[in-house]
Design a protein around this ligand. Structure first.
Ligand SMILES: Nc1ncnc2c1ncn2[C@@H]1O[C@H](COP(=O)(O)OP(=O)(O)O)[C@@H](O)[C@H]1O
Ligand SMILES: [Mg+2]
Length: 174
């Protein structure tokens, strides 16, 4: 069994982006229908930086706005499906719950259906929806130390464990 939590030192923004990209590509190799990644850490910790790099690695083009005001930004992904030689179409949701406070909003805004349904969800400030969010496949915790980030990856499901295992050794020992 690989470890349930993996500490990583990310030296700079590039390292954070490389980690997000590696995890995105690991998922895209065998795209499970549903993926939930939570991102926590203070303002400026790099949550949006991680989410942007993850979405870019899955082919999202154009501007990737921070959802800090809109709560939710949605993207359409086209993932090359090597097994069936076609393209898997699915949605990606970038969610920021910083301004989320009223549990009633969880249903009203449709967030329950979004994170419970098919697609990839990247959720910043998950602690704002404690008890509402389903268990994350992977939780990413980011702690700033100057330009460096102390990062802890925690796998909550078998899928999360699989993404761990797929990380290049160079990243794991970083
Ligand atoms: N190692 C690093 N990883 C991520 N961001 C970093 C790193 N070092 C510096 N930064 C900077 O920190 C800021 C992180 O901002 P952002 O990703 O919006 O944070 P958050 O979404 O957590 O509030 C960016 O300005 C980025 O350039
Ligand atoms: Mg952010």
């Amino acid at each position: 069994m690989p470890p349930a939590a993996l500490p990583l030192l990310l030296a700079n923004e590039h390292d954070t982006e490389a980690l997000a990209q590696a995890l995105a590509l690991a998922w895209a190799q065998h795209p499970a229908p549903r993926l939930l990644i939570t991102l926590d850490g203070d303002l400026g910790a790099g949550k949006t930086t991680f989410a942007r790099a993850f979405l870019r690695a899955l082919g999202v083009q154009g501007r990737i706005k921070s959802p800090s005001f809109s709560l939710l930004e949605e993207y359409t992904l086209g993932i090359p499906d090597l097994q069936f030689k076609g393209t898997l179409r699915t949605s990606a949701y970038h969610i920021d719950l910083y301004r989320f406070s009223d549990p009633q909003e969880w249903d009203d805004s449709g967030l329950r259906d979004v994170v419970g349904g098919p697609g990839v969800s990247l959720v910043e400030w998950p602690q704002r929806a404690q008890g509402l969010l389903p268990a994350a496949d992977l939780s990413v915790h980011l702690e700033p130390m100057g330009e460096q980030r102390q990062c802890t990856l925690q796998a909550g499901t078998e899928l999360g464990q699989r993404l761990f295992r797929a990380l290049p050794e160079g990243l794991k020992s970083g």
